[in-house]
Design a protein around this ligand. Sequence first.
Ligand code: SAH
Length: 218
Amino acid sequence: MTFSASPALYSSLRRQMVDSQLRQRGIADQRVLAAMERVPRHEFAPERYRDQAYEDHPLPIGEGQTISQPYIVAVMLDALKLAPTDKVLEIGTGSGYVTALLAELTESVISIERHESLAESARALLAVLAYSNVKVVIGDGTRGFPEAAPYDAIVVSAAAAEMPPALITQLGEGGRMIIPVGSEDSQQLRLVRMENGQLHIELRELCRFVPLIPGVGS
Ligand code: SAH
């Protein structure tokens, strides 16, 4: 059975999500809250999970991958203090949900995905939703995307045992990176800042992401 709801119901579910899961838990960046109130998360969910799109948990998207829980997405975007003029690199496009949020919040987004099928669906959906400042690249995100470096912000949506050195070298002066680091079942978000050529690392929330896997393919 498929679930179908009116756009008005979806926007009301989205408002409730932003209020109870994000604002009340301390997400303060008004631009992040507004973007999460605008982007239709249900469009990024597979049809059979659409009725759960605004619930407080991750959702499966195929290929053993997931769209992160709304709160964790908000924590990452909030920590980055994104400016409308920022150039952003995302590793792990997945469904394209976070890519759409980044496209709302910044000037340009390059997003890398190692699974061709996920990259293609995300690319198609982002085009339908008219996000024109986004480029989805099929590739290995552990190498970053040096062609367009340096970046003002880097978002890594898959967990690494160590921070990939290539990503650090692609951060511009004043650049920020948010990345989950740790083993399969124990990870913590790290907020990395490049200031005066020096790296500052802050430990943030505990989290659980799918692994960052080097190389391209299944
Ligand atoms: N932010 C995404 C979440 C995707 S889950 C969303 O909103 O849907 C993490 C994604 O990272 C998966 O799609 C996985 O295939 C991808 N991934 C894992 N290792 C990668 C790598 N080395 N390069 C690029 N993408 C990678």
